[in-house]
Design a protein around this ligand. Structure first.
Ligand SMILES: *Cc1c(COP(=O)(O)O)cnc(C)c1O
Length: 453
């Protein structure tokens, strides 16, 4: 008989990883440990825990047992070694990049990333002396050219929002590695059910678990997974935060102590950045996000199939100018989507209504369309069980200049959808009814145009 344990599948890991029922209550489901702190067995035990000589619970700002189950589970799904869960996706991105780059150092990021991350990097990180260069994610030469001696990380999203552009993760990972720095991928939109960035060379994955991982629009959370691939010991002088004695625990070098276990980076994130800045996840939210994780694969298959059906419908409608869905053969990201996401892409994508050529009239038209939707809700969120619509130009991207709009590929008639778990026929009927209301405007505009010819 073989002694190697059989490697379990994704669906098994999503319901079991990180939790084994045990004493005292043998609860089949990981319970909510709603406790701020933990009793030590003795003062000697407390001393060992504080010196990181021993792992265990001290205080829930640093870690909580419900959170630990969530961390292990998502780490298993991403094929990673260790993870740190925090209060939001925004916090996950912040603590990850802060642990890699300090004042005077530099990050290269795709300019197509989430708006909140752009704010963090170009505004708050600038205040803190960390410089960021934004590049077009499809321009590999631009990634290469942006790297400098002070660069400490490359950052992008596996699938972007709202235009669902697919990143060539492997190519960007190769650029990062030839520069001796890790690639960090925000995998929020794809989730590990569709893309596992670690299989294409990424070193760290971050998530807004608020979105598809939680999946039900109830709980904020974020997580960073260390995929265990980046060797901070290869060029130790670049990474003193891990390879020099750790300021707050004398005589401890994080990389020496935890590197082999794959826990060094997560130990730095938790014991320094989460400890000092305080974006801890609540035990209740960790529990809610765990429930979402258990059905992730099933939900993503449904989200993905429904969204493709909606995209195919939209592509046939005369009131629609362009559908930005990477599985449509017309998409510039079709080849990358097929390569990176053979199980399907997520349900966040956008489309452009036919423009009247007049900004005022377009605004009227967009309002008529959005406000008449009934099944699809007007909400500034994605990855929920409910289908949602948003208008980037007046909502998420409203602070951009006209030039930035053009660069981002967003127009005044771009509409973002996040297709939920309803019957796709109901979602399509709702969109069809609202599109018909604005098709008159199209017909009128065409008529007006032809009468002036
Ligand atoms: C929402 C989102 C974030 C931020 O996450 P929060 O949980 O809202 O803080 C980061 N990245 C992406 C891609 C997102 O969609």
């Amino acid at each position: 008989m073989s002694t190697t344990p059989r490697r379990q599948g994704f669906a098994t890991a999503q319901v079991q990883a990180g939790y084994a029922p045990g004493q005292p209550q043998n609860t089949a489901v990981a319970p909510i440990y709603q406790s701020n702190a933990y009793e030590f067995a003795s003062l000697a035990d407390a001393r060992d825990l504080f010196a990181l000589r021993k792992s265990g619970n001290i205080y829930s700002r640093n870690a909580n047992p419900t959170q630990l189950v969530f961390e292990e589970r998502v780490a298993a799904l991403e094929g990673g070694r260790a993870a740190a869960a925090v209060a939001s996706g925004q916090a996950a991105v912040a603590v990850t990049l802060l642990a890699l780059a300090k004042a005077g150092e530099h990050i290269v990021a795709a300019k197509q990333i989430y708006g909140g991350t752009v704010d963090l990097l170009q505004d708050t990180f600038a205040d803190w002396g960390i410089e960021v260069t934004f590049v077009d994610q499809d321009d590999l030469d631009a990634w290469r050219a942006a790297v400098r001696p002070e660069t400490r990380a490359l950052f992008g999203e596996s699938i972007t929002n709202p235009l669902a552009q697919v990143l060539d993760i492997q190519a960007v990972a190769d650029i990062a590695h030839s520069a001796g720095v890790p690639l960090v991928i925000d995998n929020t939109v794809a989730t590990p059910a569709l893309i596992r960035p670690g299989e294409f060379g990424a070193d760290f994955v971050v998530h807004s678990a608020t979105k598809y991982i939680g999946g039900h629009g109830t709980s904020m959370g974020g997580i960073v997974v260390d995929l265990g691939t980046f060797d901070f010991g290869a060029e130790p002088e670049r990474w003193p935060q891990l390879t020099k004695p750790y300021e707050r625990v004398r005589d401890l070098v994080l990389w020496d102590r935890f590197g082999a276990d794959g826990f060094a980076f997560v130990a730095l994130v938790k014991s320094k950045y989460v400890h000092d800045l305080g974006p801890s996840i609540s035990p209740f939210n960790a529990f809610q996000l765990l429930q979402g994780t258990e059905t992730l694969e099933l939900r993503m298959a449904r989200h993905s199939a429904s969204a493709l059906a909606v995209a195919e419908f939209l592509a046939t409608h005369p009131a629609v100018a362009t559908v930005h869905h990477p599985l449509l053969p017309t998409s510039p990201w079709n080849d990358l989507a097929k390569r990176y996401a053979p199980r399907g892409v997520a349900s966040v994508f956008a489309f452009d209504l036919v423009s009247t050529g007049d900004a005022e009239r377009d605004w009227e038209k967009v309002q008529t369309f959005v406000d008449s939707l009934e099944v699809v809700k007007l909400v500034a969120n994605i990855g929920d069980a409910r289908s949602m619509v948003a208008h980037p130009a007046s909502m998420t991207h409203s602070h951009l200049t006209e030039e930035q709009f053009a660069e981002a590929g967003i127009t005044w008639t771009t509409i973002r959808l996040s297709i939920g778990l309803e019957d796709p026929a109901d979602v399509i009927a709702d969109l069809a009814r609202s599109l018909d209301l604005v098709s008159d405007v199209v017909a009128e505009a065409e008529e007006a145009l032809s009468s002036t010819r």
